[in-house]
Ligand binder design. Structure first.
Ligand SMILES: Nc1ncnc2c1ncn2[C@@H]1O[C@H](COP(=O)(O)OP(=O)(O)O)[C@@H](O)[C@H]1O
Ligand SMILES: [Mg+2]
Length: 350
């Protein structure tokens, strides 16, 4: 549905030129929710604005629904832009217009009749749960309600693509969850393609089918959300997912381990992923292999409906038992990492 090919975007300012995007290529499939995550300044907003050519790329091509937007004359580009709706962090509503008239705006702009507008806006307000708020003004609405208006307005021209730039970043966690649910629901009902920009990995985890990680104008990693969360390749990605998946050892635990080394013990981080993610391996390890296991830290979660867990255990036993345990875990396709090195470094620092 969306195909960005070798996009470079340079901004020329008096202080010099900034390359906001550097050779970015990206494909978004029809009907998927595609997340883009990165820190502030990474180039996310520029990327999303390139998709509807609000920013014209310095180099590269932008294809949406099979059309090369970069090659279209102005009039055709205006028409093609109706294929994409956009929502924003700060909603961008007109304060002097009520809810109904905010949603009606794009329809007025393209010259719809009054009756046509009513026939379109009323079901949209229903869809976003604001049927009883049509006469309210933005100042009378909560943040979540304002974003619902933004969503209804973005959908008014029947777009194929919904672009969301930090659409939940101004909302509290509970409202964020409701808006993400709504976006998912709308994707399912209208078979929309969604591109969602965020600096919060929790948002990606909640909603994205696939994700790209951006840093300094480049995509440094991309893949299915489950894969990126459970096997992050790049250091930046690892730091993004660390807290959410329980990857990092809590500082207090690290200190305790460094201060009181246990003889004949190994420290393992076991990643529960793959087909045996929910197998009772800890019980089997101690029962069948006679290993002395002490669970120090763990988190079990679900990403895109698939189970995933991280557990840090202290394993005690002779070398033969430890080796047998590791090969048993490997046979279950679970990933085991030795954490001794992490602790050794820490011990030196204590
Ligand atoms: N209109 C502009 N003029 C000059 N520089 C810009 C402009 N828009 C963005 N930039 C620069 O491009 C880089 C990426 O910005 P942006 O896409 O907004 O990042 P993000 O959305 O990830 O925070 C930043 O260094 C920013 O200062
Ligand atoms: Mg931004």
């Amino acid at each position: 549905m969306i195909d960005l090919q070798n996009i470079t975007k340079r901004f020329d300012a008096e202080s010099g030129s900034v390359e906001a995007l550097r050779q970015v290529s990206l494909t978004v499939q029809q009907g998927e929710i595609f997340g883009v995550i990165g820190r502030s300044g990474a180039g996310k907003s520029t990327l999303i604005r390139v998709i509807n050519l609000l920013e014209r790329p310095t180099e590269g091509r932008v294809l949406v629904a099979g059309r090369d937007l970069t090659a279209l004359p102005a009039a055709e580009l205006r028409a093609a832009r109706r294929d994409t709706g956009m929502i924003f962090q700060h909603f961008n509503l007109l304060s002097a217009r009520n809810v109904f008239d905010n949603v009606a705006l794009p329809l007025e702009l393209r010259g719809e009749s009054k009756a046509g507008i009513r026939a379109k806006v009323t079901p949209l307000l229903d869809l976003v749960g604001l049927a009883d708020k049509a006469d309210r003004y933005p100042a009378q609405l909560s943040g979540g309600q304002k974003q619902r208006v933004g969503i209804a307005r973005a959908l008014a021209t029947d777009p194929k693509v919904l672009l969301c730039d930090e659409a939940t970043s101004a909302l509290d966690p509970e409202t964020t969850e409701q808006i993400l649910k709504l976006i998912k629901d709308i994707r399912d009902r209208l078979n929309l393609t969604v591109v969602l920009i965020t600096h919060e990995m929790a948002v990606v985890k909640e909603i994205a089918d696939r994700v790209a990680v951006m840093e300094r104008g480049q995509i440094i990693e991309q893949g299915a959300t489950y894969d990126v969360f459970t096997r992050p390749q790049h250091a930046t990605t690892r730091s993004f997912v660390a807290d959410l998946i329980g990857f990092a050892l809590p500082p207090a635990l690290q200190k305790r381990l460094a201060a009181q080394p246990v003889a004949n013990a190994r420290l393992w981080r076991i990643l529960f992923t793959g087909p045996h993610a929910d197998a009772p391996v800890i019980a089997e390890l101690s029962r069948n292999l006679g290993l002395d296991l002490n669970i120090l830290h763990g988190r079990i979660d679900e990403i895109q409906g698939r189970p995933f867990g991280v557990m840090v255990v202290q394993a005690r036993g002779d070398d033969a038992k430890l080796l047998a345990a590791k090969s048993y875990l490997a046979s279950r396709q679970l990933i085991v990492e030795e954490l001794e090195d992490v602790i050794a470094i820490d011990r030196a620092a204590v």
